[in-house]
Design a protein around this ligand. Structure first.
Ligand SMILES: Nc1ncnc2c1ncn2[C@@H]1O[C@H](COP(=O)(O)OP(=O)(O)OP(=O)(O)O)[C@@H](O)[C@H]1O
Ligand code: SF4
Ligand SMILES: [Mg+2]
Length: 359
């Protein structure tokens, strides 16, 4: 068996909080606080969770665009955190990123040619003619033609700009792409085109993706596996279809209950969680989800739930672990948790009435 292309073990990225004249450190934002996952070559891991849970910081830490403060990252067997200088530059060529905002991520003063050529020059790839050839090929792969090279980003639509951002990554012939909300800033009408392009490119070039998104339907469509993050940690991970069909963690249940399902068999009652996400500077003790969890018990407040593994599904929850032990069956445990959650929290309509919006 070959080793995974990307291996992340107990990754931590804490940002210091500084106060006062001397800028003394008074605390830390624990944006990523013990995250582990692997991605095999050619596979896509989807990363989902509410705003601020640490998804972008995971992506940036894996690429070392921010310095992790703990844990390990290996790429193709190489220790990314222990790599420096020219070796790190060589590694960076193989791991690229596409950001959410094609407006902000492309320099408006640079032509598409200079945008694409920048990376080739940094990585000393090809002579002038060879670079031009690579750039034209990268553009064509994303559905844009060679004349686009002499135009500026503002001359393109949002979808076309995101194609340029993808071409900028592809021109370096990477193996791994972090796609951080790559379609969120685009019109709904062109989101599908860009998603399909990413899927085609993955198949054509055997690419490996970390796909970060708020949109669970897109994540399910694009990903082989999905990891759910809450407050700096992964709380559940499974094959995409399995996670959507039979989630175990109460937070995953709540997330997926908000996805409109066309298939009546998959339609769920919407679960509205109480309260806001706590600050990652002061994560709650025990299970971090306990202040908002409708199923929280005394142990949840003090004991951090360890991983329970059933087939390819990993969940961190005391109640899910107990249900699994009792039934020995994931779909039964998932159904029991869904029933208990529905009984414990008001539906959207009830919550709206309770808040005095409808009478
Ligand atoms: N450079 C930084 N310095 C200090 N805090 C940061 C920094 N970058 C991120 N954070 C904090 O880390 C936490 C995680 O942020 P991150 O951007 O990774 O979340 P996210 O899941 O990508 O959110 P979103 O869905 O809104 O993009 C947040 O509380 C954020 O404010
Ligand atoms: S461990 Fe407890 S608080 Fe955490 S998700 Fe499970 S039931 Fe809820
Ligand atoms: Mg983000």
């Amino acid at each position: 068996m070959t080793a995974p292309l990307v291996e992340v073990a107990n990754l931590e990225t804490h940002f210091p909080i500084r106060r006062g004249l001397l800028r003394r450190q008074v605390g830390a934002v624990r944006a990523v606080d013990g995250v582990s996952f692997t991605i095999d070559k050619g596979r896509t891991l989807g990363l989902v969770g509410e705003s601020g849970c640490g998804k972008t910081t995971v992506g940036r830490s894996v690429l070392r665009l921010v310095e992790p403060t703990g844990g390990g990252v290996r790429f193709a067997g190489q220790d990314v955190r222990a790599t420096h200088g020219a070796a790190l530059r060589a590694l960076r060529r193989r791991m690229q990123v596409v950001f959410q905002d094609p407006y902000g991520s492309l320099n408006p003063r640079m032509t598409v040619r200079s945008i694409l050529e920048e990376g080739l020059v940094i990585h000393r790839l090809g002579d002038a003619a060879g670079r031009l050839d690579r750039m034209a090929r990268a553009l064509e792969k994303t559905g844009l033609a060679r004349p686009a090279l002499d135009r500026y980003p503002h001359e393109f639509s949002g979808g076309q700009r995101q194609r340029i951002a993808i071409a900028r990554a592809l021109v370096l012939e990477p193996e791994f792409l972090v796609l951080d909300e790559p379609i969120s800033a685009l019109d709904v009408s062109i989101q599908a085109q860009v998603v399909n392009l990413l899927v085609e490119l993955r198949e054509q070039f055997g690419l490996t993706y970390l796909f970060i998104s708020h949109d669970l339907s897109v994540v399910e469509y694009v990903s082989d596996d999905v990891a759910v993050m809450y407050l700096g940690r992964i709380v559940e991970r499974a094959a995409a279809a399995r996670l959507c069909r039979q989630p175990l963690h109460p937070y995953t249940h709540a997330l997926f209950s908000a996805v409109p399902a066309i298939d009546p068999a998959r339609r769920r009652r919407r679960i509205v969680l109480p309260g806001d996400v706590p600050s990652p500077a002061r994560p709650p003790a025990g299970c971090r989800f306990h202040p908002r969890c409708p199923l929280a018990e005394a142990a949840c407040m003090t004991i951090d739930p360890p991983a329970t593994v059933v087939a390819d599904q990993v969940v961190h929850c005391h109640v899910a672990a107990r249900e699994l032990a009792a039934t020995g069956d994931v779909s039964q445990a998932s159904a029991t948790i869904a029933r208990r959650m529905a009984a414990a929290v008001p539906s959207t309509l009830e919550a709206t009435v309770a808040a005095g919006v409808i009478h």
